[in-house]
Design a protein around this ligand. Sequence first.
Ligand code: MN
Length: 227
Amino acid sequence: MMEVLLRLLVTQVILLALATSFVSCYDPNPLQDFCVAASETNRVFVNGKFCKDPKSVTANDFSYSGLNIARNTTNFLGSNVTTVDVNKIPGLNTLGVSLARLDFAQGGQNPPHIHPRATEILVVTKGKLLVGFVSSNQDNNRLFYKVLKRGDVFVFPIGLIHFQMNVRRTRAVAFAGFGSQNPGTIRIADAVFGSNPSIPQEVLAKAFQLDVKLVRFLHIVFGPPLW
Ligand code: MN
C-alpha cells in the first residue's frame, strides 16, 4: 500500500515538473553571454537574427539614445509609440526583453491591441492614463481597468487585448517593458478592418453585427491606401 502511494507521489512530481517545463519552453535561455544581432545580409533567420562575431561587439550594440524626447502625437489617435526592440538595440537578440516610450496628446489613446509574444509592464511618468485589458472568452471577457497617475504601474498579460487613454488636459507619457526582444503589435481595428486583402465584407458584417455599408466604410478608414 505504502509503495503504491509513493509511486503515485513520484508520478505526480514528474508530471508537475514536465508541466512546468512546458509552460516556460517558449522563451529559451541564451546559450552564451550575448548574441548581438548581425545585419540581415540574407533571408535566413536564426531565432530572429544572426549573431555578430563577439569580438566585434561594442557597448553601442547594447545602447540607444533619445527616449527622453517627446514624440509627435499629431495623428488621428493622438499618440505615438516609440519601440526600442531588437531592431533598435541589436544586443537585445535572444535576451527576451524590450522597451517602449508612449506619448499621448490631450485625449489621445493607444487603441485596443495585442502583443502576441510578450507581457507588458507600464509605468506612467507624466499625466493620467485610463488603462485596461480584457480577459479571454473562457473568462467571460472581463475588463480589468484602472486610472494611473505618475509613478503608477500596470501589467498587461501576454496576448490579451489592452489599451491606454489620456484622461487629463495635459500631455501624458509612459514607459513600458516587454518580455520579448520583439513583442509585436496587432492593433485590432487595423487587423480586422484593414487587412490586405480585406476579410470578406459578409464575414465582418455578420461577426460584428454591422451593416455591410458600415463595413465598407471601415475598410476605407483602416484599409491600405487606395492609391
Ligand atoms: Mn501594449
